[in-house]
Design a protein around this ligand. Structure first.
Ligand SMILES: Cc1cc2nc3c(=O)[nH]c(=O)nc-3n(C[C@H](O)[C@H](O)[C@H](O)COP(=O)(O)O)c2cc1C
Length: 620
């Protein structure tokens, strides 16, 4: 139970008088404790929600809240015409009568010491809801009334035969419109029925869905792994979309688990009083090697989606990749990022704006991809990350099981691809449904096509390299970089953990690290993971899901999430005796526990099994 500012004695007496009046309501509701007069029950809910909305509420505001709907039963709705003007007149009458009666009650001689006339007038003005939107107390009171409506009355209201869906949607739209952002945030935290969520979505039309974001937490989690276990922060569909991975999720788990098998070799007694994690990625100065990996459909997590990620990355001074399937166009995101003010050290020191990169999924209709690339270049992206680990979408069962219609924040579809979030015969998997445009025929030859679409200064990075063989091929194809990635285990289950692939590159084709930039993502949830990837030659470390868990708390959450990882990285560096990222090297790690899992040659062949299907025919 939320605590509320305790009332002075005379206000307490006044509150008792108000409750005695409520208790005269002939209508009643059934509660576990027995039958309760309807208006008294309502007043108690008002106080309960006031404690949540404004625990420091003044005594005057507490009285006004408790006196909402004062003796409402005396003027039934039926006493006025059942028309809109009739409704408005009834409501005005209710307010003025309630304010008058409450003022008379508060002047009662039994209240000692008496309330001043000024205090009584203020309660009456609040009951009349004067100056809504400009008077913060009135706004609190309105928020509280709306929260009680949504929490306590909505379900019964919705069942009334005289209220059809259209009317209900209209009522919800007005309710939402009367509330402040703080009221909205609390409404989003309450347990709304699926029906209520659908109706609110409808009420808000094309506006980005507000149903998802949890309120900004007073203390965002210190442990960056924590959100993984906090299912409640997302509605079921968002949770399934963000956390799911391909089939049995082995790769997803081992991405993260393999980091824990690699141990650190701390060095002691070095001066680590000052440490810097600033570095360069793809030639661009950044304040940290951590960057936001491309993630799609950001508004399923927060109404501001990728815009919030972009602002956070800019303020942090770190890179961001905009997905082809982002909830906003790359131009829109770039504009928001450009307009957002920064206070980053990187910017002050280097006069640089952190880079925005564009992740490309190639469309079956190449002309659409070409147009998109043009827009991305116009938006100022510094590199294009061509995703190569998903010629087709992965099979993510948790996401398939929940209907796409339950997804929030996607009413206007995916802007850059035109895909809609609509169930099909196979289920509701958002990645698959919104990935129907993917061209599975993309091949090595298309790198030349991509190069032709881009100006010289825009770099090409292949995202999703998973073997030394392909890393060498990428180097030979002349791309500027690769991301060792398996799409966070979302594409092909039992593909190797990405940190193992990095070891494979070190073992089988170390020359690639000198010829192009090697980035990595997948399973990075701690500063020690970032450190290990850097020690094995990665120049940047992408975070997918973690950034989305942060995004649940909006821009602030993303900033906080990355900051936690930055702090952990700094601590790890100090404990390992280094002060700059130029000093990382594989000798700071012990990889023996996983060395046996790392392939030994760059050959296409299996080291000893030479069998081919054609041999079977010879035997039979
Ligand atoms: C919800 C979600 C959406 C994603 N969308 C895309 C995408 O549109 N394009 C892409 O190349 N990768 C996408 N990815 C993969 C990420 O870019 C990244 O490779 C992966 O999330 C890294 O693993 P991590 O989540 O363990 O950090 C997505 C990942 C998640 C979790």
């Amino acid at each position: 139970m939320d605590e509320i500012n305790p009332l002075p004695g005379n206000y307490h007496q006044a509150l008792k008088l108000i409750d005695e009046a409520h208790a005269q309501d002939p209508r009643s509701v059934e509660r576990k404790s027995g039958s309760v007069p309807f208006e008294l029950d309502y007043a108690q809910h008002m106080t309960r929600w006031l404690a949540v909305r404004e625990p420091r509420a003044s005594p005057v505001l507490q009285l006004a809240c408790r006196a909402q709907h004062f003796r409402r039963w005396e003027i039934p709705r039926s006493s006025y015409p059942m028309t809109r003007p009739g409704y408005l007149t009834w409501r005005a009458k209710l307010k003025s009568q309630a304010a008058k009666q409450v003022a008379e009650l508060l002047a009662d001689a039994s209240i000692q010491p008496p309330l001043s006339q000024e205090e009584i007038d203020r309660v009456a003005a609040l009951v009349r809801k004067e100056d809504l939107k400009t008077d913060s107390d009135t706004q609190v009171l309105e928020d509280v009334a709306c929260l009680v409506f949504l929490d306590e009355q909505f379900e019964d209201f919705e069942k009334r035969p005289d209220i059809d869906e259209e009317k209900m949607v209209g009522i919800l739209r007005k309710t939402w419109g009367k509330m402040s952002p703080s009221g909205h945030a609390l409404a989003l935290q309450m347990h709304l029925s699926e029906r209520a969520k659908i109706l609110i979505e409808k009420a808000l039309g094309d506006k980005p869905s507000p149903l998802l974001p949890p309120p900004p937490p007073p203390h965002p989690p210190l442990n960056p792994r924590l959100p993984l276990r906090r299912r409640f922060i997302f509605p079921p569909k968002t949770h399934a979309f963000v956390t799911s991975a391909a089939t049995d999720c082995h790769t997803h788990r081992s991405n993260s688990h393999t980091y824990s098998l690699i141990t650190l070799r701390p060095r002691i007694l070095r001066d680590v009083s000052r440490v810097s994690i600033s570095t360069r990625i793809l030639g661009h100065p950044v304040s940290s090697p951590i960057f936001a990996a491309a993630t799609s459909l950001g508004t399923t997590v927060h109404p501001e989606g990728e815009k919030a990620i972009g602002k956070a990355c800019k303020r942090l001074g770190v890179g961001m990749t905009v997905s082809t399937s982002a909830s906003f166009s790359v131009g829109e995101i770039a504009r928001v990022v450009k307009d957002c003010e920064t206070v980053t050290e990187a910017e002050e020191e280097e006069k640089a704006i952190p880079p925005l990169w564009f992740q490309l999924y190639v469309d079956k209709d190449r002309s659409k991809s070409e147009k998109l690339l043009k827009l991305a270049v116009e938006a100022g992206v510094k590199a294009v990350f061509l995703t190569v680990d998903a010629p087709v979408p992965g099979k993510r069962e948790a996401d398939e099981r929940i209907s796409a219609e339950e997804a929030v924040g996607l009413s206007s579809g995916v802007p850059m691809t035109g895909e809609k979030a609509e169930n099909d015969k196979s289920g509701g998997g958002l990645g698959r449904i919104t990935g129907k445009f993917l061209d599975a025929s993309v091949s090595w030859g298309d790198i030349a096509w991509l190069r032709r679409c881009l100006p010289e200064e825009v770099k090409i990075v292949l995202k999703g390299v998973q073997t030394a063989t392909d890393a060498v091929r990428a180097m030979e194809a002349g791309v500027e970089g690769i991301v060792v990635s398996n799409h966070g285990g979302r594409s092909l289950d039992t593909a190797p953990a990405t940190i193992l692939v990095l070891l494979e590159l070190q073992r089988c084709c170390p020359q690639v690290f000198d010829k192009m930039e090697v980035l990595i993502d997948g399973g990075v949830t701690r500063g020690t993971d970032v450190f290990k990837a850097l020690c094995l030659g990665a120049s940047g470390v992408g975070i997918g899901r973690g950034i989305l868990y942060g995004l649940g708390y909006g821009e602030e959450g993303v900033r906080r999430y990355v900051q936690i990882l930055n702090d952990e990285l700094e601590t790890t560096m100090k404990m390992c005796g280094i002060t700059s990222l130029d000093e990382v090297h594989p000798g700071l790690l012990n990889t023996r526990a996983v060395d046996h899992l790392v392939p030994e040659t760059v050959e296409e062949e299996h080291p000893y099994a030479k069998w081919r299907p054609s041999m079977r025919k010879k035997v039979i």
